[in-house]
Design a binder for this molecule. Structure first.
Ligand code: ATP
Ligand code: MG
Length: 687
């Protein structure tokens, strides 16, 4: 007995010793290897060729894409005439496009003599063969809360909501503000508005009173739909309190419809406030959809506010539905049995086009998640993917970077084997984050679609189609059908072939915004006054020798160092490629010799500490990757960066802090966490 005991002890000791010594060594080696590989890959402009299995799974291959694309440009009218038929029209269109783009006059009309209803395109037309198919899988903040809504149930719920809204006197053309978190009633009430022809204006549930009243007054909305409270990441969001405060400054609001989410006590204004459950109690579950003209407004939505005061973007019905449905099908390679999940909030355009209108028009099963990626813990999203066998997953680089910062372990705990395709939107994705998404989340088997578009564009304009276009991490690759991008140099001349400049779109597409609500002049000034006959996106882009597009960042963010243009995206990507860096934002500041110096904000991975050595390392690292011109002048380590509520870095604020002008920050109403700004100001580095 004694002998045995001893031997067991000894063995155990030996094992422990060995494993402790060996393990970290191996780990270090591997990580260094991977790192250098990533770096080399980026240097070589890594290309992921479409694989045979991607081509097999895709809707189009290279030849088909090229033919269809060139056809869509050459025979634009014919192309959209045919594609418009993917939508169910009440009265079919005869006219296709009626567009005028000039510096002083802009008019955009598509399918202008056709009539249709958006909600019936998302619901009624599927009742014949898909009535029991799940339309929406609602996944609550609490993992135990979940609900599946079939197309038939959706039809009944939307019709009841529509009848309820009608009962209050809401009619075609009225603007209805919806301020909710991601609960099923958000989808239901937006579709109910569309059903009766009311124009919805959805405000992200994270906004506070001032932003709500500003948007209500801007679009002269007389109705608001909200809930008692919202739930997100285990926390309560006091929606009704925010609305009550906002409505003090909105004298024209007649009714406030309140949905019960938590059931907690709320303040009540008699005569103005109405419970949603009372409104839909005794109404019919049938509501004839309103016949809308293709050019009747469908919704107003405010931009994220990254570059200034948000703009009230107006989208109309026919062209938008055609474009949202078509891009959803082709870019995500959507097939009828797929479970599709876009993690955006419906308060942003991504949620409008790619949680609701696009997927539902295509009869898809779409997931709506109430919560956040790190609640109850950082594995949440991957658990949802496994639980519902998600095939297509669409998210934002900011989310990818924040998850990556926590390390791989939360992802690796799950299988994610149902995934077939991954997508990103919102900002340029750094190649490092792209590769991590590809390898760790997608198990190196799913293609990634990096989709470039804007609130204004209604749907995706530049993106790979995975059976047709080889992937290059960091590039949104090639234009979608009917989209004709142009790159304009600093003298206003169009660049043919490879080159870098301002990104414009040279001809209209059906999903394009029609105006800034109530301010057509602002629409012309913002997007059309710069380059005659072109829509100016506000973004910079590079076209490479293969015709691929690389978004270099906002034009306003381009930094001119010693006479050379440096895009923020490239320098930031170089930082993120360093193994200790999670995120970075780079801005220029006046510099006596170079014109502009580079002030670089850097957030480190969890567990890393800033120090002088790392600062020197990082300067060398970036210099080595891009060149001496891009050597950072100042590195400011910061645990957080100012972001919009949709997660985009607000460089205009960082520029003000770097220049010591933090008393002139501009519109900060869309800032997610204002306290970040104060801590950046307090720790500002002298220049
Ligand atoms: P505002 O117009 O109020 O400043 P915003 O431009 O952030 O706000 P959105 O419409 O939400 O409002 O964002 C569109 C912008 O997001 C694009 O112009 C582009 O700068 C950026 N963007 C979106 N997708 C991508 C992508 N895949 N790659 C690079 N940039 C992207
Ligand atoms: Mg914008």
């Amino acid at each position: 007995k004694v002998k045995k005991n001893v031997s067991r002890k000894v063995k155990f000791k030996v094992k422990k010793k060995v494993s402790r010594k060996v393990k970290p060594k191996v780990k270090k080696k591997v990580s260094r290897k991977v790192k250098s590989k990533v770096k080399n890959d980026i240097e070589k402009e890594l290309i992921f060729k479409t694989r045979p299995e991607w081509i097999k799974a895709a809707l189009v291959n290279k030849t088909k894409y090229q033919k269809k694309y060139s056809d869509s440009i050459k025979n634009n009218n014919e192309f959209w005439k045919k594609e418009g038929k993917r939508i169910t029209w009440i009265k079919p269109y005869k006219k296709i496009k009626n567009v005028k783009y000039s510096k002083t006059d802009v008019k955009i009309k598509w399918y202008e003599d056709g009539t249709l209803n958006a909600s019936s395109n998302c619901i009624d037309r599927h009742l014949k063969d898909k009535k029991d198919k799940t339309a929406i899988i609602w996944v609550g903040d609490n993992p135990n809360d979940t609900r599946k809504i079939s197309y038939k149930q959706l039809h009944s719920e939307v019709s009841k909501a529509a009848n309820g809204l009608k009962k209050l006197g809401i009619k075609k053309g009225d603007r209805v503000t919806i301020y909710l978190t991601m609960i099923p009633e958000l989808a239901i009430t937006m579709l109910a508005c569309a059903r009766i022809g009311a124009i919805h204006s959805i405000i992200f549930g994270g906004f506070l009173a001032e932003s709500i009243s500003g948007r209500i007054n801007d679009c002269e909305s007389e109705y608001i739909i909200t809930s008692d409270e919202g739930v997100r990441g285990g926390k309560i969001i006091p929606l009704k309190i925010n609305v009550d405060e906002a409505l003090i400054n909105c004298p024209n609001v007649k009714k406030c419809i309140v949905i019960k989410r938590t059931g907690n006590y709320i303040n009540w204004v008699d005569g103005r406030d109405v419970w949603y459950e009372d409104l839909i109690k005794d109404v019919s579950n049938k509501c004839e959809p309103e016949e809308m003209n293709a050019e009747d407004p469908l919704f107003i939505l405010y931009t994220s506010g990254s570059t200034g005061k948000p703009k009230g973007v107006l989208h109309t019905t026919g062209g938008y539905m055609v474009y949202a449905s078509m891009t959803h099908q082709y870019i995500f390679n959507y097939k009828p049995r797929d479970v599709y999940w876009c993690t955006a909030d419906i308060g942003w355009v991504t949620g409008h086009s790619y949680i609701i209108y696009g997927p539902l028009a295509n009869g898809a099963t779409t997931i709506m998640h109430e919560g956040v990626p790190n609640y109850p813990d950082w594995s949440r999203w991957w658990q949802i993917i496994d639980k519902y066998k998600v095939n297509i997953f669409y998210t934002a680089p900011t989310a990818i970077r924040s998850i990556m910062r926590e390390g791989d372990k939360y992802v690796k705990k799950t299988s994610r084997k149902s995934l077939k395709l991954l997508g990103t939107v919102g900002e340029p994705i750094n190649p490092e984050a792209w590769l991590w998404y590809y390898k760790t989340v997608g198990n190196s088997k799913c293609p990634i679609v990096d989709t470039w578009w804007q609130t204004e564009t209604g749907g995706i304009l530049i993106s790979p189609q995975t059976g047709a276009i080889n992937l290059k991490p960091g590039s949104a690759t090639k234009p979608f059908y009917g989209i004709k991008p142009s790159i304009i140099d600093k003298n206003g001349k169009e660049i043919k072939g490879a080159g870098e400049g301002r990104l414009c779109i040279s001809q209209s597409w059906p999903g394009q915004m029609r105006t800034v609500y109530g301010d057509h002049q602002r629409f012309i000034d913002t997007y059309f006054s710069q380059f005659d006959g072109k829509y100016f996106t506000g973004d910079g882009a590079k076209r490479d020798k293969d015709g691929y597009y690389w978004i270099t960042g906002r034009v306003d963010d381009v930094i001119i160092v010693s006479g050379h243009n440096l895009g923020t995206a490239e320098i930031e990507s170089a930082f993120v490629a360093h193994e200790k860096v999670a995120e970075s934002a780079v801005v220029g500041y006046p510099h006596d010799i170079k014109g502009n110096g580079l002030y670089c904000y850097v957030t480190l991975n969890v567990g890393e500490e800033p120090n002088g050595e790392l600062e020197r390392d990082l300067k060398l690292w970036v210099r080595k990757q891009i060149g001496p011109l891009a050597t950072p002048d100042i590195i400011h380590f910061s645990p957080g960066l100012p972001k919009t509520r949709s997660g985009k870095i607000m460089r205009r604020i960082l520029r003000k802090i770097a220049a010591n002008e933090h008393d002139q920050l501009g519109d900060t109403s869309t800032l997610a966490d204002p306290s970040v700004v104060q801590s950046l100001v307090d720790n500002r580095k002298n220049i």
